[in-house]
Write a protein that binds this ligand. Structure first.
Ligand SMILES: NC(=O)c1ccc[n+]([C@@H]2O[C@H](COP(=O)([O-])OP(=O)(O)OC[C@H]3O[C@@H](n4cnc5c(N)ncnc54)[C@H](O)[C@@H]3O)[C@@H](O)[C@H]2O)c1
Length: 337
């Protein structure tokens, strides 16, 4: 097991990564109160039940799996449930599941009575390597991604790699796209692990290293004033694809995978493309570039006909640059068919 400490002063917390850490979580978290356990109907029930057994007053709330649950409507339903069950400010919420569960549950915890304690037990690769750490919580407004949310740090994160054994291969690759993003932006050595084709066999190592890279960034820039924007490599076009192709069934990591390719030097793009192919991730998308650009224009990072995006011209050395919408459209065209 690896314990990574996120040092944010009074908002600091441990991130436990490894086999069996769900049990450590049940002993370490303060569960002797009302506990909302938010999970989705695709997550094996046993994980939420394991947490529930350690709580004095557990309430398991199950939402439908998928991005549709990151909505204002479901957010409202969860808050109403907490109110109905008499949750007070000293009670807490635990997300058990995917990035969707973590983002939704975290935002409910941030909002309910102006904020209650929040714990995260991520059970997908994507949520273990990335979304469970850093305190970004959000829901979507119709098709606009993550536009309503809050920074709300968890009290403890337990990324139990044993929970990944039930995850379909496509979901494993989907999550590894975010870890590849982290490697391309910050860590040449981790990138080599992807190039060797061994990343999916070494999930615990990939998860611990990715979390540690994210920790270092979040500690310096908790609320995304500057440096933290580097974590968005692949996301400008990725979010555009996600919004424009909402009904096509592409997963978040798959959109990020495609979104990285036009934002690098030709050599880095070639190397990332090889890694994506090894993971059976897409390198192109069937979409109208104009629609993708329209979706990007709603992005929080777009302003005055320009957008601030992350570029990687050399592995491990991501940087931020402002580009015009015209230039972005040319880049989007490179991955659309
Ligand atoms: N907050 C952040 O910093 C951040 C970062 C990256 C992504 N995100 C968000 O994360 C979301 C995507 O997250 P995701 O890909 O983890 O979730 P997801 O809900 O899109 O997909 C996960 C699927 O796997 C199922 N599942 C979960 N755990 C399982 C297990 N152990 N075994 C079998 N099936 C399991 C779920 O039921 C779900 O159907 C997006 O909404 C994205 O915006 C947030």
């Amino acid at each position: 097991m690896t314990t990574i400490r996120m040092d944010l002063g009074g908002r600091g917390y441990d991130i436990l990564v490894g086999s069996g850490v769900l049990e450590d979580f049940c002993h370490s978290a303060d569960l002797g109160r009302k506990v909302l356990i938010l999970t989705d109907d695709g997550v094996p029930r046993c994980y939420a039940e394991t947490v529930a057994k350690s709580c004095s007053e557990p309430y398991i709330y199950t939402v439908p799996s998928g991005e549709g649950s990151k909505s204002i409507a479901v957010f409202k339903e969860v808050l109403e449930f907490m109110l109905e069950k008499g949750f007070s400010r000293s009670d807490c919420a635990v997300a058990v599941g995917s990035g969707v569960c973590g983002d939704l549950c975290g935002f409910c915890a941030a909002s309910y009575m102006r904020g209650i304690d929040f714990y995260n037990v991520p059970t997908t690769v994507l949520s273990q390597v990335d979304s469970s750490v850093g305190g970004k919580t959000a829901v979507n407004l119709d098709t606009v991604k993550n536009i309503v949310g809050a920074f709300w740090q968890p009290r403890l994160v337990a990324a139990d790699t044993d929970t990944l054994s039930t995850l379909p291969a496509r979901q494993v690759s989907n999550g590894l796209a975010e870890a590849l993003k982290m490697a391309a932006t910050f860590d040449e050595e981790l990138f080599s692990l992807f190039e060797s084709g061994k990343a999916s066999e070494k999930l615990e190592e990939v998860c611990a290293r990715s979390v540690d890279l994210k920790r270092a960034v979040v500690e310096k820039d908790e609320r995304e004033g500057g440096l933290r924007k580097l974590l968005n490599f692949g996301h400008t076009i990725g979010h555009g694809i996600e919004s424009a192709c909402g009904m096509s069934g592409m997963l978040h990591g798959e959109c990020v995978a495609v979104g990285m390719l036009p934002m690098c030097s030709p050599e880095v793009s070639r190397r990332i493309g090889i890694c994506l192919e090894k993971l059976s991730l897409p390198t192109r998308v069937s979409a109208d570039p104009a629609r993708v650009l329209e979706a990007v224009k709603h992005d929080k990072k777009a302003h005055n006909d320009r957008v601030s995006a992350v570029f990687v011209d050399e592995i491990g050395k991501g940087y931020i640059k402002d580009i015009s919408f015209e230039e972005l459209e040319e880049r989007i065209k490179l991955v659309c068919e």
